[in-house]
Ligand binder design. Sequence first.
Ligand code: F6R
Length: 603
Amino acid sequence: MCGIVGVVGNDQATDILIQGLEKLEYRGYDSAGIYVTDGKTNHLIKAVGRIAELRAKAGDTVGKAGIGHTRWATHGPASEVNAHPHQSQTGRFTLVHNGVIENYLEIKKVYLTDHDFKGQTDTEIAVHLIGKFVEEDQLDVLSAFKKALSIIEGSYAFALMDTKDPETIYVAKNKSPLLIGLGDGYNMVCSDAMAMIRETNQFMEIHDKELVIVKANSVEVQDYEGYVQKRDSYIAELDLSDIGKGTYPFYMLKEIDEQPTVMRKLINTYADAEGNMNIDSAIVKSVQEADRIYILAAGTSYNAGFAAKSMFEKLTDTPVEIGVASEWGYNMPLLSEKPMFVLLSQSGETADSRQVLVKANAADIPSLTITNVPGSTLSREATYTMLLHAGPEIAVASTKAYTAQIAALAFLAKAVGEANGKKEAIEFDLVHELSIAAQSIESTLSEKEQISEKVAKLLPTSRNAFYIGRGNDYYVAMEASLKLKEISYIQCEGFAAGELKHGTISLIEEGVPVLALISSSEAVAAHTRGNIQEVAARGASVLTIVEEDLATDTDDIIVNTVHPYLASISMVIPTQLIAYFASLQRGLDVDKPRNLAKAVTVE
Ligand code: F6R
């Protein structure tokens, strides 16, 4: 959420900043800006809308150092005055910021009553504060920055530049991601390694409450007391081809298509050649010791938790409870005696989930983060980490992370169940069954054209729709409806099929699309078909998505049957494609739906 870049010591600074912002656009895309300097002339360029607008405005501006930002608005609407970078009262200091300064109004009242502000952002107040400490209170820049950091409360990744020292970027971080990229004779700053992978694969982590002085040939990390911190660099395992779209029109379609490969990668990672589980024994032991697993997550990851719940319980005999992270941070229910928290998060940066993890750590509750991003905040702060190995997910709508999360939980559940001596787990041939699921995904992916045609008929102008299902299909319905509304703007509810008649069925009228999911068992299928009759009798336009073994000639989309534990993985695929085509057919930006951003780093 919001992306930051910076570079010092490179003649191509403008291009490096803008290319970096293009790679970070998934984090926010309502406005953007850069500050570039060649030491004599300073340029502050901002644009509302996409990075392409900023690139056009920047033209052939040159510079050797600079900072840039792509914004997801929190304080004040998307406008040029609210776009970053922001400047101090005299314009000497320039700042970009990702995060939320909670006490910004108080800071304004206590320290900055005589200052003029151009916009409404919390960031502008921060840079005025730093400027005041230097220009009015005569502190040196580092002391002023530190003093400001000791006053500022909230989350931040800051990159600061001073017109009087154009060869330095000052950086600080608390609860928002930020990395240093190490170039040859120049250095960089970025929210995500993806932004600078064109320039370097060598990065350095910054921890919370650290301050970094970045120059062309040096990087010095300090804690807030000024003690220098030793920090090794690491090589980011990221390939340029991982972050490109290739020949795909949108990342979302590429990522949907990658799912069979991700399933196979997980097999290779979490099972050995004989099919034995290959999971860190400390994680297995910790889950074994728990009397209840609490899966905490947001959005699609929350839905993935539900999709895996029953399989996890059956394989391990351990009860699983799922919680919305944004609620649990403040409203923690009564926990069992020996809880273990599992944080499911594609990005590993979701602030709502982190809030829960902070509470878990404070209460000494063991935690496991299952994430796609090694080294992410949730990974670093949890007791244990399992990686999803899904490759970068760039489309805002999450697809491959959802199926990878369910598969990763299946590996964990089988390993724990086996360690518990549970027959069900020992007999469940996960490697084989997941290979079958990967084939089922491939088969659905080969039906894109037919699915696109069905979408064109079913959802041409609909304002609302329903997904219904029972058991695991209900949980898939929740995810399917989130995906559809997120990128097509069709209001859609995922509903337990049997629950409709208890109120919601009053919304069904002529032509309302109802998409029904049927997998798992004959008995469940019969009941869902009964519910389909009920809505059809009231005029609904029904589309059925059915597992092959339960299908009839009149069903619309047939999904190859897989093991019931893994049915959510195969059943969700057509719904991802339905959302994709609905968005595409409405002429929307599939990868960047309005009002959203990937990696939600604010609460
Ligand atoms: C929807 C989507 C979001 C995320 C949610 C949690 O397509 O991507 O609902 O799932 O913001 O994000 P992570 O998994 O990064 O914690």
